[in-house]
Design a protein around this ligand. Structure first.
Ligand SMILES: [Zn+2]
Length: 182
């Protein structure tokens, strides 16, 4: 089994997991062009992918999905709520509804060489899941939520730092004003 991160972080998430015969992506949060390049660098044609396992509908996990599925006609796995959210965002209805494959937490599905078990994840999304993918006697748990949470934490941290900096600047200014008065 091969596991490879094509992209991760707040700018987009996309992970490859595959065997010699079955190739899957977990999330597609980068442009179709970047996905194509990333997959080709692994020696795989994007059309050979057996599916995209979607963790949740935040843009850093699905931004490439519309163009990618239109171009390569790859099935999209996700919870019913996640797929419905994606369908709502697909205003031009570019994703073929036949490509949607709803999954449920704790219900195993088989995709080629893989036995995939979605599991519930706590995250601010419709019904987010992670995926446990088993093949060739190996198992990997792909949650992808961490990247999202980490980027939110970073934003909170930056906002807080900005606030502190403003307070410090204000103190300095006030002191200077006071000095002027004396
Ligand atoms: Zn998220």
């Amino acid at each position: 089994m091969r596991l490879c991160s094509i992209a991760s972080g707040s700018s987009g998430n996309c992970t490859y997991i595959g065997t010699d015969h079955t190739h899957l992506l977990v999330d597609a949060g980068i442009s179709c062009k970047r996905i194509d390049t990333g997959v080709q660098e692994l020696g795989i044609k994007p059309d050979e992918l057996a599916g995209v396992l979607i963790t949740h509908e935040h843009s850093d996990h699905i931004s490439g999905i519309r163009v990618f599925s239109k171009k390569h006609h790859v099935p999209l796995y996700g919870t019913k709520e996640t797929l419905e959210a994606i369908e709502r965002m697909d205003v031009k209805k570019e994703i073929d509804p036949d490509l949607y494959r709803p999954v449920r937490a704790d219900e195993q599905i088989v995709v080629g060489d893989f036995t995939v078990t979605p599991f519930s994840n706590s995250h601010d999304a419709a019904n987010p899941v992670g995926y446990r993918a088993e093949a060739e006697g190996h198992a990997e748990e792909l949650s992808q939520i961490l990247a999202c949470t980490a980027s939110i934490q970073l934003i909170i941290c930056l906002v807080w730092m900005q606030f502190c900096l403003k307070q410090i600047m204000m103190c300095i200014c006030l002191r200077q004003v006071r000095i002027h008065f004396h």
